[in-house]
Design a protein around this ligand. Sequence first.
Ligand code: ADE
Length: 225
Amino acid sequence: MHIDIISVSPDLLKSPFEHSIIKRAQDKDLVTIELHDLREFGIGNYRQIDDYQFGGGAGMVLMIEPISNCIEKLMQKRNYDEIIYMTPDAKTLTQVTANKLSLAKNLLILTGHYKGVDQRIRDKYITKEISIGDYVLTGGELAAAVLCDAIVRLIPGVLGDETSALTDSFQDNLLSPPVYTRPAEYMGMKVPEVLLSGNFPKIEEWRTEQAYKRTKEIRPDLLND
Ligand code: ADE
């Protein structure tokens, strides 16, 4: 998979991709991630990328021309499965969306800033808009990092234990059951007996029960979906 990300602050995005599992995925050539600085496509001597909004109102808007030039240039090189815009005014990211996007070959992610981008960019180029939650960040960079992390870990070969992504929370619309490791007892707190029993069908049954219990308590909305 190849992911291009357009950003006003590409440095903000470097660190999340330089560590741990996402770094290893790149080292193994399972994914390539390329950052593109929107400022390089800015207009005039000051490389302007934003301007006041028509109709008045607080906050600057990212201009159509620099983004359009950047996207057009990238589109000459690649056919994108999706051109995604990170914005709080969109449907919230779910595991189902991450699963679908993990099958893509080429993704382009545009991150917003200030009041967002000129609507005409969204109308002309964007095929999918994603929010990572009902709150507003200072820019879309951290949201893009979250999206990439959620997608990349699902690419076959990225996680060591192939089954571990399948048993994540949300894969079956349930939260994960509790997990324990050694010691079996710590300051009087014991690990549930069933997990030490070696009876794997029983352990599976217990885990499913616990997953339902936890989901009912914390996220009953998932059970209604
Ligand atoms: N940009 C600012 N806030 C955001 C959010 N919640 N999700 C995606 N992009 C954003």
